[in-house]
Design a protein around this ligand. Structure first.
Ligand code: Z5A
Length: 212
């Protein structure tokens, strides 16, 4: 598992929640303490993972079943853990990941209505006991997030889903923050960027301030 001191941080949120800003804030906070983390993403982070990501986001595969989608995500995750995440943690490097398994619970479990009982065994199989040390979930009302995301780029296969899909995903994220208080923090991301940034820094300080 991780060498003493190395930590695994994940960032979650619906479209337009502001994950990119959050990742930059985490990187700066760590850099100010002399830590240069591995910053990575899911799906992705490896050659195979990036290829799977392209398939997942491509409208061409719009008819994919929820089962196929979930299995592809976990295949990419297995590769990502083996090639990137576990080696870094073992070597004592911090890892910051844009989305991880909470996204599968939210999007496939909630959005696609697979339910968590389909995802739990895969999580166990692929991750064993590995869980993030801290997960920052940026919470934003669905419509506000979609408006922010739409202003940025053409919608991909997920971004083209109906609002009800994202409402279900948001409900799962919020519920998981309540049921996993040891590692998940809900951050109100509906306000201006400076305020969101302050909340992120406060959470990092509370979780790791005593370590770094
Ligand atoms: N997916 C899945 O289904 N299951 C899984 O297990 C995993 C993933 C791991 C790709 O992920 C898709 O994969 C994703 C779920 C699925 N679905 N989609 N779409 P992704 O992480 O690449 O997807 P994304 O949600 O599109 O992420 P993003 O574009 O990288 O980041 P973001 O959080 O959506 O937003 P942002 O780029 O940081 O911000 C968006 C815009 O809003 C930008 O112009 C900002 O300047 C603006 N913004 C951000 N915060 C604020 C505030 N506070 N005020 C005002 N404006 C703001």
């Amino acid at each position: 598992m991780s060498a003493a001191g190395a930590r695994f941080i994940t960032v979650e949120g619906l479209e337009g929640a502001g994950k990119s800003t959050c990742l930059a804030t985490i990187r700066d906070w760590l850099a100010n303490r002399g830590i240069d983390p591995v910053v990575t993403r899911e799906p992705g982070g490896t050659k195979l993972g990036e290829a799977v990501r392209e398939v997942l986001l491509d409208h061409q595969y719009g008819g994919m079943t929820a089962d196929s989608e979930t299995l592809l995500i976990f295949a990419a995750r297995a590769e990502h853990l083996a090639e990137v995440v576990r080696p870094a943690l073992t070597a004592g490097q911090w890892v910051v990941c844009d989305r991880f398994t909470d996204a599968t619970y939210a999007y496939q479990g909630g959005g696609r209505e697979l339910g968590e009982e389909r995802i739990e065994p895969l999580e166990q199989w692929v991750q064993g006991r590995l869980r993030p040390d801290l997960t920052l979930y940026l919470d934003v009302p669905v419509r506000a997030g979609l408006e922010r995301a739409a202003a940025r780029s053409t919608p991909d296969r997920f971004e083209s889903e109906r609002e009800a899909f994202f409402e279900r995903a948001r409900a799962v994220y919020r519920r998981r923050c309540a049921t996993h208080p040891e590692r998940m923090r809900l951050i109100d991301a509906s306000t201006n960027l400076a305020q969101v940034q302050q909340r992120i820094e406060a959470n990092l300080e509370a979780a790791f301030g005593h370590l770094v």
